[in-house]
Ligand binder design. Structure first.
Ligand code: F6R
Length: 235
């Protein structure tokens, strides 16, 4: 079932998301699945401003660019340190290792981490095209962690952040839809008009691999936090 919460703006969404983390801690959650991107930032701000204690908790991030180290400002690891981990220490922060060159070994290592640390609460953003993690339209729902070839448009969009075009990531490691679906509670946040169509397809459209987030209709416990613009195409 999907519980839809419509909030005034991204600030209020941060408070709503924060409350779900606080409730999860109260309920004894140990493992938090985390996302990068703009949508979770207000939740991370609310968490860092709070006195919630994660020092004996585990985090597991969705994805990382292949080829980027944790010290590269464009890496997802760096993003997480900046927005959350530096201010809120965890017992351990797991992310895919962007420098791992053996994709088979790295993705199975990550699947084992998830297996050994079942995710209590998984935070997700939503792509304009309905993607979750780096699972683009057409990705099989059965995929666990895998290496993804970034689309030419994503590579082009990222190019502006790099002095050397050869450094622009062409691949990422990402949890798959099947990895994400194992989480006990999923919290997806989406804001703005440009997400409205993907939100409507995710919640009201057919469950189809053409819309990766529509898989969430088959999950028992999903909370969706939206602003009014993102909710504007719901019936
Ligand atoms: C981030 C991730 C992506 C984003 C999505 C939305 O770790 O996996 O799926 O959640 O692209 O990004 P924003 O929130 O920037 O609109």
């Amino acid at each position: 079932t999907m519980d839809i919460k419509i909030v005034k703006d991204q600030q209020a969404g941060g408070q709503a998301g924060y409350q779900l983390f606080a409730d999860a801690l109260d309920a004894g959650a140990n493992v938090f699945g985390l996302a990068t991107g703009s949508s979770p930032i207000t939740i991370y701000q609310a968490l860092t401003a709070s006195d919630l204690d994660f020092s004996d908790k585990i985090s597991i991030n969705l994805d990382e660019y292949v080829g980027l180290s944790a010290t590269n400002p464009q890496s997802y690891h760096y993003f997480m340190q900046e927005h959350l981990f530096n201010q809120k220490p965890f017992k351990h922060n797991y992310l895919p290792d962007g420098l791992a060159t053996d994709a088979e070994a790295e993705t199975s290592r990550y699947d084992r981490i998830i297996e050994n640390n079942p995710i209590d609460l998984q935070l997700l953003g939503l792509g304009v095209n309905g993607h979750i993690g780096f699972n683009e339209p057409g990705t099989a729902f059965s995929e666990l962690t895998h290496k993804v070839a970034l689309t030419p448009s994503t590579i082009a969009a990222n190019a502006r952040f790099f002095a050397d075009p050869n450094e622009v990531p062409k691949y990422a490691y990402s949890m798959g839809i099947a990895s994400i679906m194992q989480a006990k509670h999923i919290v997806l946040v989406a804001y703005g008009e440009n997400k409205a169509q993907a939100v409507a397809q995710m919640i009201e459209g057919p469950v189809t691999e053409a819309v990766p987030a529509s898989a969430l209709q088959n999950h028992a416990n999903v909370t969706v936090i939206l602003d009014e613009a993102a909710a504007s195409q719901l019936q």
